[in-house]
Design a protein around this ligand. Sequence first.
Ligand SMILES: [Fe+2]
Ligand SMILES: [Fe+2]
Length: 340
Amino acid sequence: MSDVNGTKAEKKTLADIYSHLPDSPSEKTLEQVDYDARHWSSPVKGPLKPGTVEHKKAMADMFRDTFNPYKPSVIPWPELDPETMQRITSLPIWDIAVQTEGKARLRMAAYADMIDDPDVRDAIARNAWEENRHKEVLSRMVEHYGIPLAPEPPYIEPRDTEWAYLVTGFSECWDSFFAFGLFALAEKAGLFPMELIETFEPVMQEECRHILLFANWLAYHRATMPLWRRPWFELRVVGVLFFLLYERLSLVRTFDDKGVEHTQDNNFTVTGAQSMTDKEVDFVELMELCLRENDRRFAGYDSRLLRPQMAPFAAKLALKGVKLWRQFRDRNNGAQNLAA
Ligand SMILES: [Fe+2]
Ligand SMILES: [Fe+2]
């Protein structure tokens, strides 16, 4: 286990994976690129059963054909008024966001590196490349606006590559679901300039593709692994989910180069709604928005490809719970008012 910037050939291979695309992107107009990134269907007729070659090909083709070749180096960052600047700078996420992308690119590259199947390997390698591009977009933005960041820790190559890939994949599924809602909330509230929202829109849709890939990889992986490995794998999945729960319940403390402590929120996508708008955020409305946005972002992709289930399921369950509680509370208040 060592720093990815180390000198061994094997470390260079991982940086190589996330720094180079598996192939060169095709030339398309911007409108076509944007449309293609959001719509994809397999020409194959009939069901796409996980574990079959058809399903695997569809998963890999979807990921390649929906690729958006935008370049972080040409993004024009809008001028911000002091109030917006302050709002953006004070979001407790920048260290975590940059470091999460740094970790994700490495973990995905490491996982891609151990896969023999060229289709799956290409898809996950491309995902690693896209995470590296997210990191570049964020780093450029942070630099442009002078947002102070804690020094980045060295990115350590994962020891347990499958575990690390599962942690990253499930985190993305969870965080993206809430981020879709938060993003729509920010867009509606108009507290952030439209140019900035438009800059991050392809990044949001890219996360949708990432979790679509992960959900289908997971089903493919389950279907193709030997049966005797399944119980151990499922135990690891449960372990990953507990780890994520623990991680999201804790705040992260980092120190900048002046030694000043910053507290960052690992769970900002769930707790950060109030930073996106100046109106009171209602839990039920927010969860319904997340569910609608989740459906909208996935709507253009072949319905035979599997969608991530965990976060929408948790949101629907929480919605039911809160609605029941509110009914109970209102009935109780009504009865008390009658008695008074
Ligand atoms: Fe990312
Ligand atoms: Fe991602």
